[in-house]
Design a protein around this ligand. Structure first.
Ligand code: NAP
Ligand code: 8YV
Length: 307
């Protein structure tokens, strides 16, 4: 049997499929010399010192598309292949982005509370909300999921723009400058990877440019947005609304953010449906099984594509 280290949680379905091929070890009981394979998730990844201690490690399978919590270059240097789960979650995460945007525009949480709290009976109708139709929407990161978001938004007749480092062959307006795009749009949707190149890309200047009637949606990584600048902007009216699925220090969300009424908050649930997690889990397990049986993988991260 091959020794697999499990970091973080996996589903019962993943566990059942892995059991016939692997001896599965949790982090509290394993022999570092024996571990050749790791299963982890996008949040936990694998700390560099743990990776260094696994001298016989050959493969890391990430149950998620974002792999900023794994040092893929360090892995590649040692010939360790890292895999992730692209594409199978595109539509789900796009649904989450649209859900957050619509919830901000139509004040879903506030209005739900208006009914539940009994205020409707006492105070009458809730204040009017804003229409999500015909908005200018800027997408920061127009990759697999960003493009799925643009497609999913079509029924609301948006004018779509995007900012990435490289211009894409798409029918949307390209901005090579994020602040300029933020000035132009009503909504900014973040869907880049995390990591050093996107760290606090959405800073006070970008939020100021988005403005008092602007809405920020973040379904990428908490690190992409300067959370303190965001809290300040939402508090003092420099930014109108925010819909957030991801945070700088999950699962800890600052009280200042939780106390605000112009935010909608989700617990990193972008891909968290039964169907999509099953597809992600299947791909994460398929990668491990194929590596075991054939020495190859299905979806290596780009840094490990040559291995
Ligand atoms: P992808 O296909 O690799 O797309 C990433 C996009 O970001 C590309 O268009 C890329 O274009 C752009 N980008 C990268 N670095 C940038 C930078 N410094 N400045 C501007 N644009 C940059 O990835 P994906 O599959 O769409 O996934 C994107 C990310 O979504 C994941 O890495 C993960 O962090 C996040 N995610 C979150 C959830 C959730 O539950 N909330 C679920 C799934 C994924 P250029 O290279 O041309 O710049
Ligand atoms: C998961 C994600 O919640 O795929 C990603 O990058 O952020 C989410 O789909 C996360 O990876 C946990 O597995």
């Amino acid at each position: 049997m091959t020794d697999l280290l499990q970091i973080g949680g996996i589903t019962e379905r993943m566990h059942k499929r892995l059991l016939p091929a692997f001896d599965i070890h949790k982090q509290d009981n394993f022999d570092p010399e024996k571990i050749t394979h790791v299963i982890t998730n996008g949040h936990d990844g694998i700390p560099l010192d743990l990776m260094a201690s696994l001298r016989n490690l050959r493969m890391i399978s990430v149950y998620g598309v974002g792999y900023d919590a794994v040092d893929a270059n360090a892995a590649a240097e040692r010939g360790i292949v890292v895999t992730h789960t692209p594409n199978v979650l595109n539509k789900e995460v796009a649904t989450t982005a649209v859900l957050l945007m619509l919830s901000c525009y139509r004040q879903l949480v506030r209005d739900d509370d208006h009914v539940r709290s009994g205020r409707w009976e006492v105070e009458g109708n809730a204040p009017l909300t804003r229409s999500a139709d015909n908005q200018k929407i800027g997408i920061l990161g127009l990759g697999r999921i960003g493009q799925a978001i643009a497609e999913k938004l079509q029924p609301w007749s948006p004018e779509i723009s995007y900012h990435t480092r490289n211009q894409k062959d798409v029918p949307y307006r390209y901005f090579d400058n994020l602040v300029e795009m933020a000035k132009h749009v009503d909504v900014l949707i973040c869907i880049t990877p995390g990591g050093p190149s996107t760290n606090k890309l959405v800073n006070a200047e970008v939020l100021q440019a988005l403005g008092a009637t602007g809405t920020l949606i973040n379904v990428s990584r908490g690190s992409v947005v300067d959370e303190n600048a965001l809290i300040d902007a939402l508090r003092n009216g420099d930014l109108g609304w925010a819909g957030l699925d991801v945070f700088e220090n999950e699962p800890i969300v600052p009280k200042e953010l939780r106390d605000l009424s112009n935010v909608v908050l989700l617990p990193h649930a972008g891909s968290a449906t039964i169907e999509t997690r099953a597809a992600m889990g299947d791909l994460a397990v398929d990668n491990l099984l194929q590596h075991l049986e054939a020495g190859s993988v299905i979806t290596a991260v780009p840094e490990c594509g040559h291995l």
